[in-house]
Ligand binder design. Sequence first.
Ligand code: CP
Length: 353
Amino acid sequence: MKTEGFGGKDFITLLEWSKEEVETILDVALDLKRRYAMGEYHDHILRAKTLFMIFYNQSLRTRNSFEAGMTQLGGHAHYLDPDKIYTPALPGKEVAYSTERVSDVARVLSRMGDAISIRCYGDPVDWVYGGANELIRNFAYWSDIPVLNMECDMYHPFQALADVLTVKEKFGGFKGVKFVMSWAYSPSIHKPRAVPQSAIIAASMVGCDTVLACPKEMALDPNVLAACEKYATMNGSSFDVTDDFTGAAEGAHVVYPKAWAATPIFQPPVGENDPARTQEIFDSYQDWKATREYMSLADPSAIYMHCLPADRGWEVDDDVIDNTDPESGWRSVVYDEAENRLHVQKAVMSLVM
Ligand code: CP
């Protein structure tokens, strides 16, 4: 049975956390970051504790930031490849002596460690929108220890926390900050909606003036858009959706152009499970790219953000993503953003484990 408050709570989407809780996480992350930079170690916080990490998909940042975070907090992160254990599966998806029911995996790991984290989207759930989120929620239902979402097909909450922590560091706060999450072209159509959905949830929750710019075929989950509108009303800020790539960038303080899946890639009833049609749609928007001309539309203090990995030459030009010189006006902060994954994850793990 999981407790109320931070201790023992699952971290699956920011929608299940209050603005005050998210602000506390950001404060703890900054505190841990500053103290670590001053040579103060915190290896007592999670001493002798174990985080199990199950990755159905590839990762550089998420895996290494969780592993480094557990080391710094005194615990151990244990990597589990679903193909090298009995692949955790839901009823109806089981294969004898090849898969193991999620309810069994969750209860076994709960007897041995202190949190279970999972990454799953796309092919492992056959592009059924919400299928990976359902898998993670099933883990959470059966687990006695916190379950952490390392990116599913709907949400990437740790990325979003790192994103807003980076905005806070660069602008000192969120009020009056125009945060533009935009689709950008990539030749790869196999990208989940998790990053943009969590980014606009986080930005609107903390009080940014948030804009979502995307072609109509890349529309996001209407429930996510409704939540963003609710947060904007609550904060006295704004939330707007547009299909005008360059118009959205005008006066922006944060520009965050990246590719995500077009609706036809998903299985019915959300899409038509049609990769060829999806590719055709993608290829018709090749001019949605972060160039110097695009950046010149933004506020002179603007920051370029990307969760990484970036598709250089398609989503963004090298001279945009590599411009980290603060003296030059707008600049790229992608490595600060990547580093902040470590700090926000240490904060959440410290609070829930
Ligand atoms: N941004 C992010 O989640 O990166 P990885 O896919 O490398 O984990």
